[in-house]
Design a protein around this ligand. Structure first.
Ligand code: NAP
Length: 296
């Protein structure tokens, strides 16, 4: 197996990948480890490219997966300087470090680089970010295309799955927790995306690494849904009645978020589908799996 170094192993995606491979060949680094420290896990309070170069020397990975970032768009607007440093400047210097050491870099982009009236955005669509998070992603995508000699640039829709106590909630875990607590929920019904199950993402990344593929790929689920539709499927899977647990549809305009969001941002994944014969988990199935996972 390839040696892989995951930067930000506490992240939703990094943690799932670490658990998925569960191998002595996988290394992880984070600020404060949720795992017992051993030869595969490193703690780093302040990331710098020189510290990463020391880690590269120690682990000798052939792949680095960068999961670091301020990834909540509202947080990005609030902390522009820090977001620029981590989401763009550090990530760009990682491109250069990987080139020097002949390492494949896997970096994640986001559907939030897009906006507009298209139904589905593909890898050729012109970016038009509405917020700072999307702007930084757009700039980094361009830097990677122009400067990286060996990369996978994976553009994701909204990722869903079970979260650990030290991770931020995602669309599904947030709704499940609120239904369990019998909290009333207002869910947007006039904005849609094709949610991506984190376990599908792990398997796809595994296949892309095994096949030694490079380039830019969109990755998202097959079903396009609003958050309200997602909520109804979750309610049904939890065997709760709509009346008992009050899920209310609302408009995206009812939320006054700091970061502007596009209304419909679904990704066209035909490029990936042509390359890999991978069948995405249907939404009802992954929701059932996440609910079950959240009980353990
Ligand atoms: N999740 C999604 O829906 C989604 C969608 C599209 C693209 N992506 C991209 O995929 C990648 C991984 O996303 P994710 O959602 O898995 O990440 P996440 O759960 O938000 O985790 C972010 C990681 O960055 C670290 N981090 C945050 N602020 C930091 C700081 N100031 N200094 C050092 N480390 C810091 C966190 O460490 P601590 O645990 O120590 O805070 C954590 O390891 C990101 O590039 C993201 O933009 C994610």
């Amino acid at each position: 197996m390839e040696k892989i170094l995951i930067l930000g192993v506490t992240s939703n995606i990094g943690y799932n990948l670490f658990k998925y491979w569960n191998s002595e060949f996988i290394y992880g680094v984070c600020r404060k480890s949720p795992f017992a420290l051993n030869n595969n896990i490193f703690e780093e309070e302040n990331y710098s490219i020189n510290k990463i170069k020391i880690l590269i020397d120690k682990c000798k990975p052939s792949v680095i997966i960068n999961c670091l970032g301020i990834n909540n768009p509202d947080e990005c607007e609030k902390k522009k300087e820090l977001s620029y440093e981590l989401n763009y400047r550090f990530a760009a210097s990682l491109v250069d470090a990987c080139n020097e050491t002949n390492i494949k870099l896997i970096n994640f982009s986001s559907s939030l680089v897009f906006s507009g009236n298209k139904l589905l955005f593909n890898e050729e669509s012109t970016p038009l970010a509405l917020n700072y998070y999307g702007e930084l992603k757009t700039n980094l995508d361009q830097y990677i295309r122009e400067n990286s000699s060996n990369y996978l640039l994976l553009r994701l829709s909204t990722v869903v799955g079970k979260v650990k106590s030290f991770q931020r909630h995602n669309a599904v875990s947030h709704i499940v927790e609120n239904i369990k607590r019998k909290n009333n929920l207002k869910l947007v019904s006039d904005s849609t995306t094709n949610y991506l199950y984190v376990k599908d993402l792990c398997q796809i990344i595994d296949k892309l690494i095994l096949g030694n593929y490079t380039g830019e790929f969109n990755i998202a689920g097959d079903d396009i849904l609003s958050r309200y539709e997602l909520g109804k499927i979750i309610l049904e899977a939890m065997h709760r009645d709509l009346k008992e647990n009050f899920i209310e549809p609302c408009s995206h305009q009812d939320f006054n978020n700091l970061a502007k969001r596009p209304i419909n941002i679904s990704l066209n994944c035909n490029k990936l589908k042509k390359l890999l014969s991978y069948k995405m988990t249907p939404v009802k199935q992954f929701i059932t799996e996440i609910i079950k996972d959240m009980e353990t």
